[in-house]
Design a protein around this ligand. Structure first.
Ligand code: ADP
Length: 402
């Protein structure tokens, strides 16, 4: 009898009050369990766990902290025979939002790596502390299991200095690590590679503009498999109009709101990150609802949609210029994968850039990667479902498998 090879990877995405997780088997890519713990630290905490081929189980009971949350997750997995101590588990892959300039690839976590993630807290105060808590808790539950950090910023570390630097005083920028890092990198990496596959090409042979349009949204320009520019910057606030974030604004808006409206820095931070974008413009951040309201003649929803599309088109144009030649534009994430009206509006009028849509193909609903441009179009327009968990698991597994 041969010993069982460990092929399973638990992917953890630890937020400030939530933990999302998936257990994947890298032998065949199967998803063995998916789940979510929400409202950690509140009395109304909730855990939802769905094993492959089984019924969804929900538990509502107070979960005090991340340790209690991960223990609850471990218990759910154990009751499916997939506990954290099972020999089939090869690693835990952690999504870590900010890896700074240093982490250019997934990394097996040791004390030095933990210290570096900690050092990056000032540039990612909302995300890295929660990621660190997730890692440290997972380590206590099974100290022998390899833990791998997969960084949202890693794919963007190939950006040239002229794209990564802001045009501000160099000493100040360097002292405070102020530069453009970009986020959603795992998704941009996965989708740009899948787009090349869809075109039957090697990633090194194609230039792709990836539009990751979820509640958070970012665009990237990927030349021959390497990121050369991306729309998010020091934080995820820069770039496209998002569900609740403004994206690009004149930085002087902040001085103005401080000096003239008397708002504090924290209030402006909340305004731009949580009460701007689609929700700030029209009160809704669900694109389905916005499109429905437009169909009913709602002017505010229409203006919010138009602002969203205008910004998107500007980035498609800018990244066409950055890349020189574009082989494909790929739409991904909740809105990119599902909203035919957004894809149509974003591409309309960009014929000079080689973009066109086939209306019938654009209207098809599918969870498969697909081309939605007509054959004659110079640039392929594609819908490519993202899968950040699979990519995190694959990267973590590649690092620890024998
Ligand atoms: P995130 O991971 O950033 O939370 P997702 O990639 O899950 O976001 O995308 C969530 C968004 O996708 C929702 O806010 C909603 O606007 C949009 N969305 C989901 N399904 C559809 C759909 N069928 N049509 C249009 N938009 C959709």
């Amino acid at each position: 009898m041969t010993a069982t090879t460990a092929t399973r990877v638990l992917v953890l995405n630890s937020g400030s009050s939530s933990v999302k997780y998936q257990l994947l088997d890298m032998a065949d890519g199967a998803r063995l369990a998916v789940g979510l713990v929400e409202r950690i630290g509140e009395t109304s905490s909730r855990l939802a766990h769905t094993p492959a081929g089984g019924a969804r189980r929900e538990r509502e009971a107070p979960i005090a902290d991340h340790e209690a949350a991960l223990k609850a997750v471990a218990n759910e997995l154990a009751s499916d025979g997939l506990g954290l101590d099972s020999p089939g588990l090869a690693a835990i892959g952690h999504r870590v939002v900010h890896g700074g300039q240093k982490f250019t690839a997934p990394t097996v976590i040791d004390d030095a790596v933990l210290a570096e993630i900690e050092r990056l807290v000032p540039v990612a105060p909302l995300h890295n502390p929660a990621n660190l808590t997730g890692i440290k808790t997972a380590q206590t539950l099974n100290p022998d299991l390899p833990q791998v950090a997969v960084f949202d910023t890693a794919f963007h570390t190939t950006m040239p200095e002229h794209a990564a630097r802001y045009a501000i005083d160099t000493e100040t920028a360097d002292e405070h690590r102020v530069r453009r890092y970009g986020f959603h990198g795992t998704s941009h990496a996965y989708v740009s590679r899948k787009t090349a596959e869809l075109l039957d090409k090697d990633p090194s042979e194609v230039n792709v503009i990836v539009l990751h349009l979820g509640n958070g949204a970012s665009a990237s320009a990927v030349a021959g498999g390497r990121c050369v520019d991306t729309s998010m910057g020091l934080t995820p606030l820069e770039g496209l109009v998002m569900g609740t974030r403004s994206g690009d604004i004149d930085p002087a808006v902040i001085f103005h709101l401080s000096r003239v409206a008397g708002k504090s820095i924290d209030e402006i931070d909340t305004l731009l990150n949580k009460r701007s974008g689609l929700i700030g413009l029209c009160g809704d951040n669900d694109m389905r609802e916005i499109v429905r309201r437009i169909d009913e003649g709602d002017e505010r929803a229409k203006l919010a949609f138009d602002i969203y599309i205008h910004r998107l088109k500007k980035y498609i144009g800018a990244y066409s210029a950055v890349l020189g030649t574009v082989d494909a534009v790929a739409f991904t994430a909740g809105i990119g994968e599902n909203s035919a009206p957004v894809r149509e509006a974003a591409v309309t009028g960009l014929e000079e850039l080689g973009l066109a849509l086939d209306a019938e193909l654009n209207a098809v609903r599918s969870d498969q990667a697909r081309v939605i441009s007509p054959q004659y179009a110079r640039v392929a327009v594609a819908v490519v479902p993202t899968d950040e968990e699979l990519e995190i698991a694959a990267q973590a597994y590649a690092l620890v498998s024998p």
